[in-house]
Every structure is written in structure tokens, then in C-alpha cells.
Design a protein around this ligand. Structure first.
Ligand SMILES: O=P(O)(O)OC[C@H]1O[C@H](OP(=O)(O)OP(=O)(O)O)[C@H](O)[C@@H]1O
Ligand SMILES: Nc1nc2[nH]cnc2c(=O)[nH]1
Length: 190
């Protein structure tokens, strides 16, 4: 299961972003290039572990959640909504603050309303700062988040989402050090 994903992660380069050991991988960076078979493997797997019935939209975050979320959208016919890093100043736009282990910035939600049902799909969860802020904002808007899925997980930041009653589904968990990437665990949830 998820052999392409696991094999490709093992050889990922690691660079420093400040103190943060940042791994570089096609799914999380688009670098050097994204193998469509890898995206297909991931999308197929996600469809096995999530219930997409009665979902209004697949929600992802600019930029690197988009390839996998778009593959899911194409496979299911469910629309794709992208949380952007720039404002559009449209009525109902919701701004939130994003914080990762190496960056801080604003995110902007458009196109969602109270009562909508969404799944969130992102490429990586690390400190959990991004998904925590996003799920909190969605709950405040009255949007129902039925599942949170991250292709890759590192560290225990995912635990922060428990305070919002959310248990993210992480396909592969890794350890990242200056020496490289180590696979800890394939799909773990509940
Ligand atoms: O759990 P966290 O510590 O919050 O890290 C996870 C976030 O980091 C990456 O986004 P980034 O802001 O680097 O944007 P990108 O997708 O454009 O690379 C990734 O896509 C997640 O959204
Ligand atoms: N590519 C990449 N994205 C991330 N998002 C959070 N941490 C990381 C990381 O180490 N690498």
C-alpha cells in the first residue's frame, strides 16, 4: 500500500529553513516533478478511507494541496475549493493567520457558506498550525468539516486538532532530520 509514496519519500533531500529541517518532495513541493502515477495512488487511497457522500466541496490550501485535491475532484466530480494566500475582497471572504515551522502569513477563504460540508485535503501536516487555524475558522463559519486528510505527517502537531474534535487522517508519517527522511508509519487514524 502506498509503495510509490513511501519509496519516493525515503530519498527526499532535506534543507534548512532557519532551524527547521525541511524535506523536499514532489507532492509537497512539485520538485523536481510530480509523477501522475504517484498522485493516482494517493487519490485512490484517500477514496478508500474517506466518505465523500454529501460533500459539497473538496477544500485544499494553496499551493501544494492542489495536485492531490484536484485529482480527487476529477475522480469524484466534486468541486474543488482553494484557500488562497491572497485576498479577493469579496463579500463573505474570511481571513485567518497561518503559522508553520518556517513561515507565517494570511490565508483567505472564499466560496463557502454556513451549512456546507467539506473534506480538507492537504499535502503535509507538521506543527498543525495551518490546519488548526483553518478548521477553527471553518467551524466559526458554520461549515461542517467531515474529514481532514494529510498525505504526509511529521511530528505530533496533528494532535492540536483534537481540541477542535478533529482526528486527521495521515497517509504516511515520517521523521525528518539533517540526515534525511525516515518512514515511521503508514496510514494511522483513530
Ligand atoms: O502543519 P504546518 O506546520 O502548518 O505545515 C503544513 C503546511 O505547510 C505547507 O504549506 P506552505 O505554507 O509551506 O505552502 P505551500 O503549499 O505553498 O508550500 C503545507 O502545504 C501545509 O499547508
Ligand atoms: N515540503 C515541505 N512542506 C512542509 N510543510 C511543513 N513542513 C514541510 C516540510 O518539511 N517540507
Amino acid at each position: 500500500m502506498l509503495e510509490r509514496l513511501k519509496d519516493s519519500l525515503i530519498n527526499s533531500p532535506v534543507i534548512k529553513r532557519g532551524e527547521y529541517n525541511y524535506f523536499i518532495h514532489p507532492i509537497s513541493d512539485g520538485v523536481p516533478s510530480i509523477d501522475p502515477h504517484l498522485v493516482e495512488e494517493i487519490a485512490e487511497y484517500i477514496l478508500q478511507i474517506t466518505n465523500i457522500k454529501k460533500i459539497d466541496t473538496i477544500l485544499t490550501i494553496e499551493a501544494m494541496g492542489i495536485p492531490v485535491a484536484n485529482a480527487l475532484s476529477l475522480k469524484t466530480g466534486i468541486p474543488l475549493t482553494i484557500v488562497r494566500k491572497r485576498p479577493y475582497f469579496l463579500e463573505g471572504e474570511v481571513e485567518l493567520s497561518q503559522s508553520t515551522g518556517y513561515s507565517k502569513g494570511a490565508l483567505y477563504i472564499n466560496g463557502l457558506k454556513k451549512g456546507d460540508r467539506v473534506i480538507i485535503v492537504d499535502d503535509v501536516i507538521s506543527t498543525g498550525g495551518t490546519l488548526l487555524a483553518l478548521v477553527r475558522a471553518l467551524q466559526n463559519m458554520g461549515v461542517e468539516v467531515t474529514d481532514v486528510i494529510s498525505v504526509i505527517g511529521r511530528g505530533d502537531g496533528y494532535l492540536k486538532l483534537r481540541e477542535l474534535g478533529v482526528e486527521p487522517k495521515i497517509l504516511v508519517t515520517i521523521d525528518v532530520s539533517e540526515k534525511g527522511v525516515e518512514i515511521k508509519d503508514a496510514f494511522r487514524n483513530q
